[in-house]
Design a protein around this ligand. Structure first.
Ligand code: PLP
Length: 397
């Protein structure tokens, strides 16, 4: 049969990264490729206990359809979770979602028609790039440095777009311990970004799954907080601070945007599962979320240190890397002449894998970069894997 697919179907592609990551299944390979939390952190027994208790006490609600913006009890728990990290939101500024990826999907549907420009960091989150390109966005990349998005370059791009009568629908940023680079946007840059966006009346999408995973105890005020809730749409999730399996996150934005999102969500999935919300609400209420975040930090901080130490010990001088202070990823930059896709099989021969950098760049630059994940491998694997990786890189340099 000849299927007559939609225009959208022409804009969905098999992931280039998935294609090469199948090599990580080769026995003995140490992979820095994925982006998974360490499963040893999953609070399985607590979730069993709370699930039983929730089902016994109010199974009639947990197994029923629920309100589209989310269960009130859960929204209140989210408000208290945000308050612990110095952030404020009211119930009418929030909508629960099936994790951040659904938030990105809905924002793409809400703001992006074919050819609509949007602006993002170089590099940026792959799932965001995929959601926006599926909607036919004209994606423009802004350079980053150690302080995050380069706001001078942003001004330049926005000026060019404006002159062409193509002001972007939004600016997409991941300010805290960015995936993929591990870089955190400085306070000055945050303020500058808000000022620029406000002047030009362009909304900011602040995607922040790693916000709570600070290894220094320091968390900068979010763009949502700095902007006083005006012009910023914030995406949050439990995927990286607790576990991704329940697929629960939340969107924080001005009521006007939230109302639109709620209407849209009714055509997407009616409501985020009523089953997971009371379980997570109870988990937060019992103070267990804070403990989970502390456990994740305790687990990932030494892993990052092991990676940085091994990089310093084994990598040749021409290789540079980011210095994250939280999150799950680190970014490696090789000399321009090397394409990390071309040397991937050399790395596999050395029994180590990574993710190539180009797909994280909406302009397809960054061929000489790679992302390394440190949350999933053990400290021992990190030390050994970086030694192998530097062996592979030295072999091609
Ligand atoms: C920056 C960023 N946004 C969104 C997501 C999607 O997360 P989830 O849909 O599991 O909440 C991820 C996951 O890796 C991410 O790194």
């Amino acid at each position: 049969m000849n299927y007559n697919f939609s225009g959208v179907s022409n804009r969905i592609f098999r992931s280039e990264i998935r294609e090469i990551l199948k090599w990580t299944r080769k026995p003995g390979v140490i992979s820095f490729g994925g982006g998974l939390p360490d499963a040893a952190l999953f609070p399985i027994q607590d979730i069993i206990d709370i699930t039983r208790e929730v089902l016994e006490r109010k199974g009639y609600l947990a197994l029923q359809y629920g309100p589209t913006p989310g269960e009130n009890e859960f929204l209140e728990a989210l408000i208290s979770h945000m308050a612990e990290f110095g952030e404020k939101a009211t119930r009418d500024q929030m909508c629960v979602a099936s994790s951040s990826q659904q938030g990105l999907d809905m924002l793409a549907l809400l703001f992006v028609d074919g050819g609509a420009p949007i602006v993002m960091e170089l590099p940026s989150y792959l799932g965001g790039i995929r959601a926006f390109s599926r909607s036919g966005a004209d994606m423009r990349g802004v350079q980053m440095d150690d302080d995050g998005m380069d706001t001078d370059h942003l001004q330049k791009i926005l000026g060019e777009l404006h002159r062409q009568g193509k002001d972007p629908r939004f600016i997409y940023v991941i300010p805290d311990f960015q995936n993929p680079s591990g870089i955190t946007m400085s306070l000055n840059r945050r303020k500058k970004l808000i000022q620029i966006a406000r002047q030009r009346e362009i909304p900011i999408v602040e995607d922040s799954p790693y916000r709570e995973l600070s290894f220094t105890g320091k968390v900068l005020p979010s763009l949502w907080t700095l902007s006083d809730g005006e012009g910023v749409i914030q995406l949050r999730t439990f995927s990286k601070i607790l576990f991704p399996g329940m697929r629960v996150g939340w969107i924080v934005a001005h009521k006007t945007i939230i109302d639109k999102i709620i209407m849209l969500k009714q055509s997407v999935d009616l409501c985020t599962p009523s089953f997971s919300q009371p379980i997570l609400a109870e988990y937060i209420k019992q103070g267990k979320m804070r403990r989970s975040i502390e456990n994740a930090i305790e687990c990932y901080k030494p892993k990052l240190k092991a990676m940085l130490d091994a990089l310093g010990k084994y990598m040749p001088e021409e290789v540079k890397w980011s210095m994250p202070t939280g999150g799950m990823f680190l970014w490696l930059t090789l000399p321009e002449r090397i394409d990390t896709k071309d040397i991937f099989m050399t790395a596999i021969e050395h029994d180590v894998a990574y993710v190539i950098g180009r797909p994280f760049h909406c302009d397809r630059s960054g061929g000489n970069t790679m992302r390394l994940n440190y949350s999933f491998p053990s400290v021992e694997q990190i030390e050994k894997g970086i030694q192998r990786l530097s062996g592979a890189i030295k072999a091609v340099l």
